[in-house]
Design a binder for this molecule. Structure first.
Ligand code: BGC
Length: 410
């Protein structure tokens, strides 16, 4: 076997991107304002809220042994302090569906979207948020912990830093004065300066709140007696210094990767999420290199980035690594196979050198709602016809499922 016994082979989704009709969270609000920065609203998404039995069965039939999905806080706690037993039951049924197919469920407690009431109360810049998040996580661990195989508190705790400092989003002062932002704040009855969704938590305070929320959540989960491993996931950037860019690259590396990776003492693992490399020269972030193939996202097709990110995550944190996301958006499924094959070669190299890699999770199980970019980018192993909700398994899904089943590459 090329991979250790018990290696986790999974695929992932996030509630807001697949469930449909998550009307009570901040992203839905941002999608629906007149001057939205989101290309289109999520609406029914993949109707995974109702169709999870079929989707989990497909995943299992393909040969995978794990499913990483997120629980929607705004469903479970629709009003502050009021937990919905019906919503928690729904997620219990999802967890049971995983077990009945021999699938280990990895649960993400927060994947970008937050309840509107939390945002009204100051969101991810408020010192009250870590305790509120920890209470919600503790409740889930108490009610569902017996069925959870692994827990990710927060998805990509560093995403705000990554999006802003890599220039994907404009600086926050511009965002805060943009019409869609102002409209969303008005609807919540708060000022544009007090509107603080998770993805935009880029200030020092925002970063402190996010990491405090993670640490308090780990404590709250463990306090229930739950024994599943728990960690956070990070968008670990493969930062490459090109001649003259060493100092800028080192600074960026510190800001987006190291200061998070060194703040995980006591966690059971670190979730690594990686999609491409990022080059820096003396002028800062460089454009994509001429001649290098681009993905639908405009990223360089650079699967070797995963190996660097895994090595770095382990070296900085000292923790075992679970690849919680890796993949690409393309309309040419053969390029997906080529990408994952090279990425897995990198995982094998890490394992050979003794880096503890627990598993590999492909993003994503389904073609789904890619946040501000809407439904155009297709990351999925399974295509979804959103008019009929019909699923079509792609060749890459069969290919990766066979690798999962044999625990062997090639
Ligand atoms: C996020 C996913 C997203 C994916 C592809 C990650 O940053 O966790 O929600 O769809 O990247 O862009």
């Amino acid at each position: 076997m090329d991979f250790p016994k018990g290696f986790i082979w999974g695929s992932a989704t996030a509630a807001h991107q697949v469930e449909g009709n998550n009307t009570n969270n901040d992203i839905w609000l941002l999608e629906h304002v007149e001057h939205s920065m989101f290309k289109e609203p999520s609406l029914d998404a993949c109707d995974h809220f109702h169709r999870y039995p079929e989707d989990i069965k497909l995943l299992a039939d393909l040969g995978f042994n794990s499913y990483r999905f997120s629980i929607e806080w705004a469903r479970v706690e629709p009003e502050e302090g009021h937990f919905s037993a019906a919503a928690i039951d729904h997620y219990r049924r999802m967890l049971m569906a995983c077990h009945s197919h021999g699938i280990k469920p990895f649960v993400t407690f927060h994947h970008f979207s937050s309840p509107q009431w939390l945002i009204k109360a100051g969101g991810w810049e408020s010192d009250d948020t870590p305790a509120l998040f920890a209470r919600y996580c503790g409740r889930l661990a108490a009610d569902l912990g017996d069925l959870i195989a692994g827990g990710c508190t927060i998805n990509e705790a560093n995403i705000g830093r990554v999006l802003i400092s890599s220039g994907v989003l404009p600086p926050m002062d511009l965002i805060r004065t943009s019409p869609g932002w102002v409209e969303a704040s008005d609807q919540l009855g708060i000022s544009a300066d007090d509107f603080n969704p998770f993805m935009f938590a880029v200030s020092e305070q925002g970063q402190r709140v996010v990491m405090a929320a993670h640490h308090q959540a780990v404590e709250a989960i463990r306090a229930t007696g739950a024994t599943f491993p728990v960690g956070v996931t990070l968008a670990v950037q493969d930062i490459v210094a090109v001649k003259g860019g060493e100092a800028i690259a080192a600074q960026h590396q510190l800001e987006v990767n190291e200061q998070y990776l060194t703040d995980l003492v006591g966690d059971d693992f670190v979730g690594v999420q990686c999609y491409t490399r990022h080059r820096y020269d003396a002028n800062g972030a460089m454009p994509t290199e001429e001649g290098v193939e681009l993905t639908q996202m405009g990223y360089e097709f650079w699967p070797e980035a995963l190996e660097s990110s895994i090595r770095q995550a382990h070296a900085c944190s000292g923790l075992p690594v679970l690849v919680t996301e890796n993949g690409l958006s393309t309309t040419d499924d053969s390029r997906r196979i080529a990408f994952v094959e090279r990425a897995l070669q990198g995982v094998k190299n890490c394992l050979k050198d003794g880096v503890p890699v627990m598993g590999y999770t492909y993003w994503s199980l389904l073609d789904n709602y890619e946040w501000m970019l809407g439904y155009r980018p297709t990351f999925g192993l399974i295509a979804v016809d959103r008019a009929t909700q019909q699923r079509t398994v792609k060749d890459s899904a069969v290919w990766l499922g066979n690798i999962a089943r044999s625990n062997r590459l090639g």
